[in-house]
Design a protein around this ligand. Sequence first.
Ligand code: ZN
Length: 151
Amino acid sequence: MTKNPTKELGASGPCYKCGAKMFCGEGFEKKPTWQNAEGKSHYDKDGSCRGVNHAEPIKDFRNPKDQRPNDTVVWPEFGNLTDEHNTTLGEYTGVMALAVISTKTRHPNMDPNAPVFGQIVSAAIGHLLDMTKITVLREIRGQIQELVESK
Ligand SMILES: [Zn+2]
């Protein structure tokens, strides 16, 4: 091994110097940084390895919500999208955009990349979909009323 794996967030692989498993996480100024399993930088300022004593990942003492999940997710895959799928995707993207606008309006100083921003957007998407249901129910109620009055 003469080279490290590509340094991009979420990557992992052996250090080219010591062979210890490293994980690429956010370091200083959010730059991708090679880290040991406990989340500390693998390299010292002089370029020497700090990970020699931790050749195997050690217990992760970080807050559970900051730990990398080690389960494997099997996401469904799709072949070609039908027109109906594309319509649904377009509508979903529209709702998401509205949620982002609403969140930015209410939290103008929040970093859109912050996890909290994403959580608020996610909640806003749910609220917008609830609003859609209310609109549809109102329409149905109006149609029923028209039917009843026409008799
Ligand atoms: Zn190393």
